[in-house]
Design a protein around this ligand. Structure first.
Ligand code: GUN
Ligand code: FE
Length: 443
């Protein structure tokens, strides 16, 4: 058990992102039936301490325990692309991203980058991530292997792209020439899915990069796989950039909209996560809601690449689900604090009507429980629960040290409310605030 200040969410309350904060709390963890470390009890120290006699208590004075962060969209092969300036998405892909991703056909390079990537997520307090790899099976194996080793809850899959990029970056044809790249990419996806999905804390995501990089045959095949395996995830990009949208519309003119293309190929459903969702119309938003798909909101990426602003008010009006994501390397930081701050700026300045002030509890929720709900990992229908510290949730958490820097210490000490405290950490926090990341152990 751990004694510290504890932050968690009470999803049964209104609003859904309402946080509960115990100044002097106790978090009791222990194995569930399957041997996973989960939260067994949580609450005020003085109430709980006598209910768990004999349990060893780690005292963490001055520290805050909070749920491990959930990154809903990130690219593992793009850590060396962060901060590469370009005139928008498509030139950025051409000039920096595609050349770097070519290197992941080499297993040693993939392994080296995967080890760094997983360590960097944990150092920043991220304990669950939905990630892109490259079009090379080697990169998928490397990322799953590194995540398994560090026990991160990680979901990834073979990046499907059979056109509109350099050959070394596209899915490969069968070595004996019997199958083309499109057919082979679907066979490889299914083999990787069967090898990794459900192993430890790992999950598979069917991953068409975005409609412009996939032939109709490839999208159709991805949809067939999705039907065959309803428990796996789907991830892609949509409506990020105006030039990208024009291109996607020209390639799939029969669809009602860019988002509609994914629906037409059977790729919208619960556990389908679409990165960006910036330039949607009301019918698209209704489609998100009605299919149960979710948006990965990527504010540092959208500001850096000049893509646009996620419309929170319209999303809430339509009622589809969303969570926060770094989108490294279009995104600029692994730190959930930087991403939450960027989401705040987007809410203030990027709305079509008057600016919103996204509440700090809402920002924090978007990067924890909200993102977990978007993934379907909130304990419903027998799924694991992450992104919160209620009883039954997997014991993934961060230990935050608000004294980590002189300015953080000064500002958090003068916070008069939970909202002020959370805002101080969102505005001033980075990896230094994360003293420790604790991952649920399997005993
Ligand atoms: N759309 C297609 N590929 C990518 C990518 O790697 N990053 C971003 N931000 N958008 C994309
Ligand atoms: Fe992305």
């Amino acid at each position: 058990a751990y004694r510290a200040a504890i932050l968690r969410f009470a999803p049964e309350r209104e609003p859904r992102h309402a946080a509960v904060f115990e100044e002097d709390g106790l978090l009791v963890v222990g194995p569930n039936g399957a041997g996973m470390q989960v939260v067994q009890a949580v609450g005020p120290y003085r109430e709980l301490k006598d209910r768990v006699p004999g349990v060893e208590i780690e005292h963490l004075p001055g520290r805050i325990i909070a749920p491990g962060f959930v990154d809903l969209h990130i690219h593992f092969p793009q850590t060396k692309v962060i901060g590469s300036p370009a005139d928008g998405l498509l030139p950025w892909l051409e000039k920096y991203t595609f050349p770097e991703e070519k290197r992941f056909s080499a297993p040693e390079y993939s392994a080296q980058e995967a080890t760094f990537f997983i360590a960097e997520l944990l150092r920043n307090g991220v304990t669950t991530a939905l990630a892109f790899a490259t079009a090379h099976a080697e990169s998928v194996d490397a990322l799953f292997t590194a995540a398994l080793h560090r026990r991160l809850r990680l979901i990834t899959g073979l990046c499907l792209m059979d056109r509109h990029a350099p050959a070394e970056l596209l899915n490969r044809a069968a070595p004996d020439g019997t199958l083309d790249a499109t057919e082979q990419s679907l066979i490889d996806s299914e083999a990787l899915l069967q090898k990794w999905h459900g192993r430890g804390r790992l999950g598979y995501a069917i991953t068409p990069r975005f409609a412009p990089s996939c032939s109709a045959a490839q999208l159709r095949g991805a949809g067939v796989l999705a039907t065959k395996y309803p428990g796996v995830w789907i991830q892609s990009h949509v409506a990020e950039n105006l030039d990208e949208i024009k291109w996607a519309r020209a390639l799939f003119p029969a669809s009602r909209s860019y988002l509609g293309t994914y629906a037409d190929f059977g790729l919208m459903r619960p556990r389908a996560i679409y990165a960006h969702c910036l330039h949607l119309d009301e019918m698209d938003r209704a489609l998100m809601r009605d299919t149960g798909a979710s948006a990965a909101v990527c504010p540092t990426s959208n500001l850096f690449l000049g893509s646009g602003f996620f419309d929170y008010a319209a999303a809430d009006r339509a009622g589809f689900s969303y969570g926060l994501a770094s989108d490294v390397g279009g995104g600029t930081s692994f730190s959930p604090f930087h991403t939450m701050l960027a989401a705040y700026y987007v809410g203030r300045e990027g709305q079509t009507k008057a600016g919103l002030s996204l509440a700090p509890q809402h920002l924090w929720w978007q990067h924890t429980l909200g993102a977990a709900q978007a993934l379907g990992l909130d304990g419903r229908h027998g799924a694991p629960a992450v992104g919160n510290l209620q009883p039954g949730c997997e014991a993934d958490f961060v230990v935050l040290n608000p004294q980590a820097t002189p300015l953080l210490a000064r500002r958090t000490a003068s916070a008069h409310s939970l909202d002020e405290l959370l805002f101080a950490m969102i505005v001033l926090g980075d990896d230094r605030l994360v003293e420790k990341t604790v991952i649920s152990q399997n005993i």
